[in-house]
Design a protein around this ligand. Structure first.
Ligand code: ATP
Ligand code: MG
Length: 395
């Protein structure tokens, strides 16, 4: 029997006006992810169908499991929209589930079809009972739900539901710039932002020689994990040593982290504008560390008007870890290499910083030219799911 992958869309079914745009974006994303397979993808306004070769099915499912905008998918048998053919195939399929209880559910989007949905369900249900002796109907809690979709020309039968990732197709929103450290939180923040359809570029602040090449490779591997959910991810590596050393030389230790993060935000805004991104994204979580109290966040945030989205702001660490494990970034994140934020942590960072103090400290060095210099010296790499761009030496 011929089978297809039948895809049902997620939340975007509520987007009436620009539904075509959502469907087309999803179509292009699926096409891109399945470019190495011999498949035919057919898009309709409420369903997508993928014709595939049986031997590729498991690999294709794996790809589909990483695409946002898919609510559920089903491996469906396909046939002509003819009641005799549908009945015959239904019996054939149900032979496999002899000892079980079942229920037939029919959806008829072809209003020309001569029978109503209920009539089809009843007709097929009684044909199954007549032909398979050990089987019983249970309308409330069936073991097997036999779904029949009657569409113009073709009909589909399936029994099993696979859940997709939901969310919106990547590319249905504009671009955001993710602050990607080697930690647990920021890859999760990136994943959750991709889920809303945002196109992502990542930025890593590097403080060589205080941080190692392994730390950089860790961020590259995290970007690669994220690229599974989109296509390529551009990673901007910003040399941050000069700014960081200057801060630690000139500024009271309690304020170092606050000022350092204000510098990061300033650089993020410039990079975002340069690359047509509209938001900054990071992995801050309220109260997690001194720089993430509400007063710290407020003072740090005052250097930019750009929206700063913090997808994990209200999650507990354990909830963040659950997602990190699900997206398979956790094992990379817990590798021990030092990050630029962890190397200079003062003993008593301020938890209620004031803007006045920040402005006073920032007068002590010419940060504007240092920021421009850091941006001019950035290293950009494009990271793909399959490629192996690892650095052996510092560039
Ligand atoms: P994570 O929060 O990702 O687990 P972390 O705990 O080391 O890493 P924090 O000190 O909590 O990072 O910093 C909060 C957020 O600031 C991070 O989630 C990340 O978005 C951003 N950030 C911190 N350090 C860097 C860096 N070196 N490069 C890019 N972004 C960074
Ligand atoms: Mg953190």
């Amino acid at each position: 029997m011929e089978r297809v992958l039948l895809i049902k869309y997620g939340e975007m079914t509520t987007k009436k006006g620009n539904r075509n745009f959502f469907v087309n974006t999803l179509y292009n994303n699926i096409k891109d992810k399945l470019k190495d397979f011999d498949v035919k993808i057919i898009k309709e306004i409420s369903r997508m169908f993928i014709e595939f070769h049986d031997e590729d099915l498991e690999k294709i499912k794996e790809k589909i499991n990483h695409i946002f905008g898919i609510h559920t998918y089903h491996i469906a048998y396909i046939m002509n929209s003819n009641i005799d053919e549908i009945t015959r195939k239904s019996i054939e399929i149900m032979q496999e589930y002899k000892q079980n209880t079942f229920k037939v559910e029919t959806k008829r989007s072809d209003k020309q079809f001569p029978m109503k949905s209920m009539e089809v369900s009843q007709h097929i249900g009684s044909a199954i009972l007549k032909n398979i002796k050990e089987i019983k109907v249970d309308v409330h809690n069936p073991d097997i739900l036999l779904n029949i979709e009657i569409r113009p020309y073709k009909s589909y039968i399936y029994t099993k539901t696979y859940y997709g990732l939901g969310g919106y197709p990547v590319g249905t929103q504009a671009k955001g710039m993710l602050m990607l450290s080697g930690g647990i939180d920021s890859p999760v923040a990136g994943y959750l932002t991709l889920k809303r359809g945002v196109v992502l570029e990542a930025v890593y602040f590097e403080a060589i020689p205080h941080t190692s090449i392994e730390a950089r490779n860790k961020v590259i591997e995290l970007s690669r994990k994220l690229s599974q959910y989109t296509n390529k991810i551009k990673l901007h590596i910003i040399p941050f040593t000069n700014i960081q050393e200057t801060i630690y030389k000139k500024i009271d230790p309690t304020y170092c982290i606050t000022i350092m993060r204000r510098m990061m935000y300033r650089i993020m805004e410039k990079l975002a504008k340069k690359n047509q991104a509209l938001i900054i994204i990071n992995g801050e979580s309220i109260g997690q560390v001194a720089s993430q109290t509400l007063s710290s966040m407020s003072v740090i945030n005052q250097v930019t008007n750009m929206p700063v989205i913090r997808p994990v702001a209200c999650l507990d660490k354990l909830e963040i870890i659950d997602i990190a494990k699900k997206i398979d970034s956790y094992d990379i994140s817990i590798l021990p290499y030092e990050d630029c934020c962890t190397i200079f942590v003062p003993k008593h960072p301020v938890i209620n910083p004031t803007l006045e103090k920040c402005l006073e400290y920032e007068k002590k060095f010419d940060f504007i030219s240092m920021i421009d210099e850091a941006i001019n010296k950035e290293l950009t790499i494009e990271i793909e799911e399959k490629k192996e761009e690892k650095f052996k030496d510092l560039l």
